[in-house]
Design a protein around this ligand. Structure first.
Ligand code: MV4
Length: 496
């Protein structure tokens, strides 16, 4: 493997280019016309224009990517995440073109992409799945029987789905038929497959996922990531480890994830998603057959480089990870800095990045795809950068994230920075009391409006200040304490 084409853009393209360079491999970037000035294009050793801004005509065009690989003399392809990463047909086309595919076998992608097939295979492998149907429903009577068997409330899901599209919650049998029809028509529209099935609805679970890594002879797990802080299936914050997982549960969930991967002949890096209940029961949901956005938190607590392991495994070399035997060290948190307005339901925002000062210092990692001058458009997803911290324990990691968020200056496009600051300062978050519905209950955090308690504190502070004034307390600062004129002027200059 001498030259890897990266079929992606943004921060993950840069992440993969860095891994290639550390491995002594050349990187080939591809770019749409909209991305011609992007950092990933300059960081690569070669770059190929693959078409206009619209992803369907560039990053999603298999023929253009293969022709770019051929023209640039690449001998391998890394898909990153999103775009074509989980299309078995792309993996197959890469292999058929005589190139190394830096990902799992196409058969493993296909098996996990069909959700009812995945459920059947997982059950056979002894992996706990949510009670429910193991095949697409073919009649109303079959659906009623399956729902009754699982127990209401149930959730109707698309067989070809994933990521939450085509799901319907059903509280009682009277609503089942309508939900089946709605889910089937949404599934047909979204996936070209109307197949749906039912599962028991798990109330208020956490979303905990297990990282797996498999080479030709071994399949190991690298512990869990807590991903419950999400809005409409978009993760906002991830952590490793999870406050809800002790070493005994980690061993059981890890063994289930390893069995899941082994059951489909998995190779490379992958992730098994689980729902974890308050009571400690866990159920396999689906497997993501790619490197994930949030992989850095695992890297920081396990001391591994997952992308370099992917490269090794694709070359047929053994992974360097001991796995299973290692325990996580310390705590890592990732905040996704996206071009979205939390107060407007996380509506994507656009603009030019006028100024950017990334955070740095001890325990801080900034994985970004943008720089000063970058244009943020609506053509691609809204992830600008990932701010990741490591510290010896969770309270220290939260404090470090707060410090790093204070350092971050990003001017020109509204982002989720303020939301993350509110979250890190929140008592419930600090207590680790989160589940997948956490943000649905916390409009105050999402929208940044003051809670009743904040309002009370503001009134108390005003009254206290008034009291202090009446006492004619001298408020001139001691020499060298408060911000003097130089500091004030400096700050104002910095904001120009
Ligand atoms: C569920 C569930 C509750 N019970 N299945 C959402 C996306 C897809 N990966 C599966 N999802 C869910 N499946 C049962 N039986 C709740 C969700 C769910 C969810 C899961 C993980 C992370 C965020 C979520 C947000 C809403 C619903």
């Amino acid at each position: 493997m001498k030259r890897v084409l990266i079929a992606n853009r943004g921060e993950i393209a840069l992440r993969i280019i860095r891994a290639c360079h550390e491995d002594g491999i050349e990187a080939v970037a591809v770019y749409s016309t909209a991305d011609r000035l992007s950092p990933h294009v300059r960081a690569a050793d070669h770059a190929v224009n693959i078409g206009p801004a619209a992803a369907a005509e560039s990053y999603l065009d298999i023929a253009k990517l293969l022709s770019a690989a051929h023209r640039a003399g690449a001998d391998a392809v890394h898909p990153g995440y999103g775009f074509l990463a989980e299309r078995a047909a792309f993996a197959e086309a890469v292999v058929n073109a005589g190139l190394a595919w830096i990902g799992p076998p196409p058969s493993a992608i296909a098996a996990m992409g069909d959700k009812t097939e995945a459920r059947r295979r997982m059950r056979a492998a002894g992996v706990p799945v949510v009670p429910g149907a193991d095949a697409p429903l073919t009649s109303g009577a079959a659906a009623r029987a399956a729902a009754l068997d699982a127990g209401y409330p149930v959730i109707v899901k698309a067989a070809a789905g994933g990521g939450g599209k085509g799901m319907r919650l059903v509280q009682a049998e009277a609503d089942l038929e309508g939900a089946l029809e709605a889910a089937a028509s949404e599934a047909l529209r979204s996936f070209g497959d109307a197949g749906v099935y039912v599962e028991k609805f798990i109330e208020r679970p956490r979303h905990v996922e297990i990282q797996v890594l498999a080479d030709a002879t071994r399949t190991v797990h690298l512990g869990e990531r807590e991903c419950s802080i999400q809005r409409r299936h978009q993760k906002l914050v991830e952590e490793a480890p999870s406050v809800a997982v002790d070493s005994a549960l980690r061993a059981r969930m890890g063994a289930a994830a390893v069995a899941a991967a082994a059951a489909v002949g998995y190779r490379g890096a992958g992730t098994c998603e689980f729902l974890l209940t308050e009571g400690g029961a866990f159920y396999f949901l689906e497997m993501n057959t790619r490197i994930q956005v949030e992989h850095p938190v695992t890297e920081l607590v396990y001391g591994v480089d997952l992308v370099r392991e992917q490269l090794r495994i694709a070359r047929g070399e053994p992974m360097t990870v001991l796995g299973d035997a290692i325990a996580p060290t310390g705590w890592s948190i990732e905040c996704r800095i996206t071009s979205e307005e939390p107060a407007a339901g996380f509506l994507p925002t656009t603009g030019t990045i006028e100024y950017l000062r990334p955070p740095s210092g001890p325990g801080v990692r900034w994985d970004s795809g943008v720089e000063i001058g970058s244009e943020v458009t609506l053509f691609y997803d809204s992830l600008l950068a990932k701010l990741i911290v490591w510290a010896p324990d969770r309270p220290a990691a939260i404090r470090r994230m707060e410090r790093a968020l204070d350092e971050l200056v990003l001017v020109g496009v509204p982002t989720t920075q303020g939301f993350h600051r509110r979250l890190m300062a929140d008592a419930e978050y600090q207590a680790g009391a989160v589940d997948i519905q956490f943000l649905d209950r916390r409009a105050d955090l999402v929208e940044g409006r003051a809670s009743d308690l904040d309002a009370l504190v503001a009134v108390a502070a005003a009254l206290a200040e008034d009291e202090a004034r009446q006492s004619r307390r001298v408020t001139i600062a001691a020499p060298g304490s408060g911000p003097g004129n130089w500091a004030r002027i400096g700050r104002r200059e910095g904001l120009r």
